[in-house]
Design a protein around this ligand. Structure first.
Ligand code: ACO
Length: 162
């Protein structure tokens, strides 16, 4: 099992995995327009942390790091249907937290969580209370009524993965 993070960098294998992830999002997030999913997953300013098993994508999280503001916006998060509730979602989020802190230099995540995914985000330590100063994110992420804004403050030292 591998946890790998890539943007659309033109490397064939990365593109194949990103297309696989886009297909998982399209199926698991039926309320999201498919063109919007493709646009963000393939956008060069977004990155995707992916779970890869036997060279196949099992799931992933697509996010946009705003390095000047030191926060990341999680756009999409999903695990393929027959592999949910086996712990992949938690391990994926831990790898993302570690990568965002150590590679991107981020201190916070923000996301608009679907109503039915709020429980998952709470288990990952996200809160509905936003303490991250609005000046640091206002104008960077858009208001969106299709979900609940949640935040995660990345621990500066905690080892998130082994
Ligand atoms: N609501 C409440 N709790 C949940 C949910 C949920 N929808 N999904 C998982 N959990 C719980 C599990 O029961 C588990 O609890 P436990 O630690 O007490 O056993 C914990 O969260 C972690 O479970 P994992 O097995 O690690 O989660 P999984 O691998 O299933 O991944 C995910 C979670 C990504 C939400 C997955 O179920 C999924 O793809 N769902 C459909 C798509 C979706 O809703 N994505 C999020 C949309 S919001 C967004 O993308 C910004």
């Amino acid at each position: 099992l591998r946890f790998l993070c890539y943007a659309n960098d033109g490397i064939d294998q990365h593109m194949i995995w990103l297309i696989g992830l886009k297909n998982i999002f399209a199926r698991q997030l039926p309320n999201m327009p498919k063109e919007y999913i493709v646009r963000l997953v393939m956008d060069r300013s977004h990155k995707s942390m992916m779970v890869i098993r036997h060279n196949n994508v099992v799931g992933g999280i697509t996010y946009r790091p705003y390095t000047s503001q030191k926060f990341g916006e999680i756009a999409f998060c999903a695990i393929t249907g027959d592999e949910q509730v086996k712990g992949y979602g938690t391990r994926l989020m831990n790898h993302l937290k570690q990568h965002a802190r150590d590679v991107d230099g981020l201190t916070h995540f923000l996301t608009y969580a679907d109503n039915n995914a709020v429980g998952y985000f709470i288990k990952q330590g996200f809160t509905k209370e936003i303490t991250f100063e609005k000046e640091r994110w206002h104008g960077y992420i858009k208001d969106y009524d299709g979900g609940i804004l949640m935040e995660y403050k990345i621990d500066p030292k905690l080892p998130y993965t082994d």
